[in-house]
Design a protein around this ligand. Structure first.
Ligand code: PLP
Ligand code: COI
Length: 352
């Protein structure tokens, strides 16, 4: 893939304090166009700016959009590295396949990210806990209102220097278990990273926020009985000594952090079970004190302890609202690899 590069003539001031998440954007962005007749073309890095689109563009009306999220980390030696970008390449194609958007060559996907991060390299923060969040996204761009398969699409990447996703940082978050709305069902799009999944989550998310909870924990869409995942992260529990996480059922996102946490924990000798976890089992464990730890994991959220869980009128406290031993260890090991403080024995990182 040949990428043309046009550099900005008016670089912005790079923010260094109070980064938050997804609020600042770098000087450049990547774009590439798809036409069913000719395939992908015009790969380009251009100054970051608004884009002009036809009001009938498919994405505005029928939600044909998928995205990814990964990060570039600055190591202590000053070099910059990516964490498992080929996993994101595979997943965007799995999402695109479901929504019927065009697939992207995995090597091109990673090459585009590398090229853009290289151009905006000085935007990668150097404080531990901060990183350059990378947001690749792909959308249908036909200029017609007919509901039909996509003929034109656009792939873009934008970059955002970010700190922690939750204002709580590494402090425990409060999560509300949702009883009414569901996010996804088997056979639907739950396993994809498509924008529509997040739109479907908005109402419950807003209700949770109004009650003082950070995010929603979803139950399955058929029985409203089995634990699925949290709004922007997968979820893990330590119940009576056993580390458990919901199995990949087709309705939850196969998180790259989830997969990495399982591998890290197993390599440390912990047994991790991927299985069905019913809300009854969880409530019982919260009542009798055998829920020892709970945490979420995701690219943006990293490893985030859950200190309070609300379900059906009752708020339960987990581990006295403190980060648990396994959660802390997992956080240290995973972030150690991501920020290059620990040896990457899994070969997960790719230097830019
Ligand atoms: N589940 C949902 C709904 C998410 O949005 C995310 C974030 O990407 C995750 C799980 C975690 O996935 P990953 O670890 O690949 O970032
Ligand atoms: C990520 O963790 O990369 C995500 O995409 C979560 C997002 C909804 C903020």
């Amino acid at each position: 893939m040949n990428i043309s590069i046009t550099k900005t003539t008016s670089p912005k001031t790079i923010p260094t304090e109070n980064l938050g998440f997804g609020q600042h954007f770098t000087d450049h962005m990547f774009l590439m166009d798809y036409d069913r007749a000719t395939g992908w073309s015009n790969a380009r890095i251009v100054p970051f700016d608004r884009i002009s689109m036809h009001p009938a563009a498919t994405v505005f009306h029928y939600g044909s959009e998928v995205f990814e999220g990964l990060k570039a980390y600055r190591r202590e030696d000053g070099k910059v590295q990516l964490f498992r970008p080929y996993e994101n390449a595979k997943r965007i194609n799995s999402s695109a396949e479901r929504i019927r958007l065009p697939l992207i060559d995995e090597e091109d996907f990673v090459a585009a990210i590398k090229a853009l991060v290289e151009v905006d390299e000085k935007w990668v923060p150097s404080k531990f806990g901060e990183s350059l969040y990378i947001r690749p996204f792909l959308f249908g761009n036909d200029e017609t209102l007919g509901v039909h398969s996509i003929k034109k699409a656009t792939f873009m990447i934008i970059l955002s220097p970010s700190g922690s996703y939750y204002p709580e940082g590494i402090n425990p978050v409060k999560i509300m278990i949702e009883k009414d709305d569901v996010r996804a069902v088997k056979g639907g799009t739950g396993y994809t990273k498509c924008g529509g999944n997040y739109a479907a989550a908005n109402r419950a998310g807003e209700n949770a926020e109004k009650k003082g909870y950070t995010q929603v924990l979803w139950l399955d869409g058929i029985y409203r009985k089995y634990i699925e995942e949290v709004g922007a992260m997968n979820v893990m529990f330590k119940i009576n000594g056993e580390i458990v996480t919901p199995e990949l059922s087709g309705s939850i996102l196969p998180g790259i952090t989830r997969k990495s946490c399982i591998e890290v924990l197993r390599s440390e000798g912990y047994k991790v079970s991927e299985r069905l976890i019913s809300i009854d089992e969880l409530v019982e464990a919260m009542k009798n004190g055998t829920l020892e730890e709970a945490w979420g994991c995701g690219t943006a959220a990293v490893v985030s302890p859950i200190g309070k869980l609300y379900y059906d009128g009752t708020e339960y406290e987990v581990n006295n609202n403190q980060i648990g031993e396994v959660t802390q260890k997992l956080y240290d090991l995973l972030t150690g690899i991501q920020w290059g403080k620990l040896e990457d024995k899994f070969d997960w990182t790719i230097e830019i």
